[in-house]
Design a protein around this ligand. Structure first.
Ligand code: GLN
Length: 196
C-alpha cells in the first residue's frame, strides 16, 4: 500500500517514521506536487501552521487535487493543522478549509506553545477500546460535530479523534509518540477502501 504525507510544511517526516513502525508493507511518499497524489492509496495531512499550509497548497494547485482525491474515495488523515484544513468550518480566526469532514474547529483553543501537553487516553477503534498516547501542540478544539461524524477518542469533554467515511482526524499528534495505534487504524481504513 502506498501512503502519501503532504510535505509542504510541518512535521511530515515523523509521520513517515510512524508508518514505518506499523509493521506493514507500506511505501511512504513525501508529496510536494499534486500529480504525486495520482497513485496513492491514502494521504496524511500533518500538523504545522494551517495558514502557511493553505498558502502553499493554493500556490501548488492542491485544493482541486485534494477534492478529487477525496471524491475518488481514497482515505485522508488530518492531524492538528491537517484537521483544520479538512474541517467544514474554522474559527479563531475564520479561514478557508476543504470541508471534507463535518466538524467545526477553533484554532489554538488549547493555548500557546508552552501550554502544550501530553495525555493518555482511550480510543474506540473497530469496536474495541485501545490505549492511545496524545500530544497536543497549539491544537485546534473540535467545537461542533456533524451527525455523520463518529467520535473515536475523547480528552476532557472534547472529541479529539473522529471519522466520517474515509476521513480521519485527530487534534493531537500521534506521530510524536512511539505508539503506532492511530497510524495502524488509518492503514486499516485504507485496506477497507481498497476493498481488502
Ligand atoms: N496552531 C496551528 C494552526 O492553527 C496548528 C498547530 C499544529 O499543527 N500543531 O494551524
Amino acid at each position: 500500500m502506498k501512503i502519501g504525507v503532504l510535505a509542504l510544511q510541518g512535521d511530515f517526516s515523523l509521520h513517515a517514521k510512524a508508518l514505518a513502525h506499523c509493521g506493514l508493507p507500506i511505501e511512504v511518499v513525501e508529496v510536494r506536487k499534486p500529480e504525486q497524489l495520482d497513485d496513492l492509496d491514502g494521504l496524511i495531512i500533518p500538523g504545522g501552521e494551517s495558514t502557511t499550509l493553505l498558502k502553499l497548497m493554493d500556490a501548488w494547485g492542491f485544493v482541486p487535487a485534494l477534492e478529487k482525491f477525496h471524491g475518488g474515495g481514497r482515505p485522508i488523515f488530518g492531524t492538528c493543522a491537517g484537521l483544520i484544513l479538512v474541517a467544514r468550518d474554522v474559527t479563531s480566526p475564520a479561514q478557508f478549509s476543504l470541508g471534507l469532514i463535518d466538524v467545526g474547529v477553533e484554532r489554538n483553543a488549547y493555548g500557546r506553545q508552552r501550554e502544550s501537553f501530553e495525555a493518555s487516553g482511550t480510543a474506540e477503534l473497530d469496536g474495541r477500546p485501545e490505549p492511545v498516547e496524545m500530544v497536543f501542540i497549539r491544537a485546534p478544539r473540535i467545537r461542533r460535530l456533524g451527525a455523520g461524524v463518529q467520535t473515536l477518542a475523547r480528552h476532557g469533554g472534547d472529541t479529539v479523534m473522529a471519522r466520517q467515511g474515509t476521513v480521519l482526524v485527530a487534534s493531537f499528534h500521534p506521530e510524536l509518540t512511539d505508539d503506532p495505534t492511530v497510524h495502524r487504524y488509518f492503514c486499516r481504513m485504507i485496506e477497507e477502501a481498497r476493498g481488502g
